[in-house]
Design a protein around this ligand. Sequence first.
Ligand code: ADE
Ligand code: ZN
Length: 320
Amino acid sequence: MPPLPCAELHLHIEGTLEPELIFTLAARNGISLPYADPADLATRYAFTDLQSFLDLYYANMDVLRTEQDFTDMTRAYLRRAAAAGVRHAEIMMDPQAHLARGVPLETCVNGVAAALSTSETDAGISTSLIAAFLRDRPAAEALEVLRDLLAMDAPIIGIGLDSAEAGYPPSLFREVYDVARDAGLKCVAHAGEEGPAAYVWEALDLLAVDRIDHGIRCLEDEALVERLVADQVPLTVCPLSNVRLRAVDAIGDHPLPAMLARGLNVSVHSDDPAYFGGYLDDNLAALVDAFGLGIDDRARLAANSVRSAFISEGRRQDLL
Ligand code: ADE
Ligand code: ZN
């Protein structure tokens, strides 16, 4: 199955740290890991829910210390993404997760940005950066980090909202999103992954987001589905993530075919590919295996990803 050109719109760059690279960076930075080797680390990737994943995801980031570490991680991702057919990638990063460990904002932002600045020549992928805020930390902290990003003129095109969802509704972050929008940034937010459909409504109505990350629980609310269909709000769905984090029981139970059938603007992405069993092409292959998705559906998913990207009309036409 040759990959169709597509846009990766839901990817946490820290979620691309493969076990081998974690060991390489740990050795380079003189960090000793509590695992025998990369295979031993990978055996811990049996998650029971979002939080059980986040605990390991944040712990493993400790190997990222220098600008070069962030650049190497991002370059490794871009190489793999090119093989998956990705031609444009909007990459999320979690600055607060690094600040909390004492890594300066400039180190993480400049390190990732250095790799993105050469992505077209290195990998044939146009790229942009989205700063995601951790919803299980105070909104005041997110606001401070956003102001710091704006003050340093960080090369970001938008903001996102991620981390533990249940109990942390979008409404807490209204002011952050108002400031971001006023600064000309695009707005996305995770909603309806583990949290309820009500959080998707809040992300739309209170944060005025341009896209919803995940959104799979929208199907529990008929009025919400009608709103999302009417406005063709992009939903960036990550099937392997949903299975590995037990948001759905098995790939055969994934709601993506139902979402397509309802006329929702869904596209397929990889979330944290190093942790969930694969990159964008692997997510599509899992759907093809489970549901026999044909070329029409695959072409529609690829086209949806391109029409939902934050790119110029010229670039969109190049990719369609
Ligand atoms: N951070 C990284 N991956 C995430 C996910 N799937 N949900 C929420 N926050 C995340
Ligand atoms: Zn995500």
